[in-house]
Design a protein around this ligand. Sequence first.
Ligand code: GUN
Length: 281
Amino acid sequence: MQLIDGKALAQKVHTHVAEEVEKLKQEKNVVPGLAVILVGDDPASHAYVKMKAKACEKVGFYSITHNMPDTISQDEIIQIIEMMNNNPHIDGILVQLPLPKHIDTDKILEVIDPKKDVDGFHAYNVGRMVTNLDSFVPCTPLGVMEMFKAYDIDLEGKDVCVVGASNIVGKPMASLVLNANATVTVTHIYTKDLKAHTSRADIVIVGVGVPGLIKEDMVKEGAVVIDIGINRLEDGSLVGDVDFKNVSKKCSYITPVPGGVGPMTIAMLLSNTLKSAKQRA
Ligand code: GUN
């Protein structure tokens, strides 16, 4: 079994991005800028946004966080997004999800200028991704694809089972592996027999937020297991959606939690923002 070290891989990306930022500053006088919009006081969202801002600072980006109370109206959020759309120093706009219930998330995401949509959530980018055209690709699935590349895990002709069908993770993940010529099965909460699908897959990718969902008897010998789940248990520890201790014995490759896919998500946000800044330059 080989561990896929997301932390080390993410560090490599950070170093590369920082070098590219330096070049961009010197050659084009452009500093990549990221605007983050955070609504409400969900502790996990605050923690993620803080990590994103810190990563931006480390690689030399300009970043601002618009921190709003959950009493804010939808129109006020739209106004801020429009301001960021028109701000020439901003290359990327990220609205941290989930938003409070009174806000229509689809509507908000549609307001973001697709050229600044570094999360890849706008329907324009989703459509381009599905049709395999150049686009901004959601950071978590993109990070998983980078892991496959870095570890020479070939997807062509492989049976891939994606567990979870969210717009942020499962659906884009399925599109990307399909574009890489894998045969894809997407399972979700209405799937009748999850084990029947996971146990025949060469590669299992899970991101649903259920600790220990994927057990030893649900994966085949030699499978590649990618764990996108991040769950905090009552004792304060962080675990994924995979029963790591038992499943890892059967795998050829597996991602740990923490230190697996998580760090890659932020690395890909930096990479997408850099890409946008280069397009501006
Ligand atoms: N909430 C959970 N994951 C993400 C993400 O990748 N981007 C944003 N904007 N919100 C999230």
